[in-house]
Design a protein. Sequence first.
Length: 115
Amino acid sequence: MNQLVHQFKADFFKTLSHPARLAILDHLRNGEKSVNELQVLLEADQSTISQQLSRLRNGNLVDTRKEGTTVYYSVRDPMIFQLMDVAREIFNRQLVSHQELLQQVSEEVEELYSE
């Protein structure tokens, strides 16, 4: 694959690489939201929400709709939720693996101290 395609993919994942942006996308699963609604849901200040929405907009992940003075945000492509769901499954498997490893280490340490 050529370098431009890899860079495009890397930039896409960079757009997703912030906890607030992921939280915003999660809240947009239920439909469009305004900055004020997201601010309340995320318990964050308006500038933080606006900054993260700007990154999502620049990454073509969200669309806007203006009604009066209120701007509403929605997800451009709902398949992003499938990607996030698959990622959650991968993370859960990794956590299970880490828990199993920690359990094994814990048992080995316990054996060392009981001897």
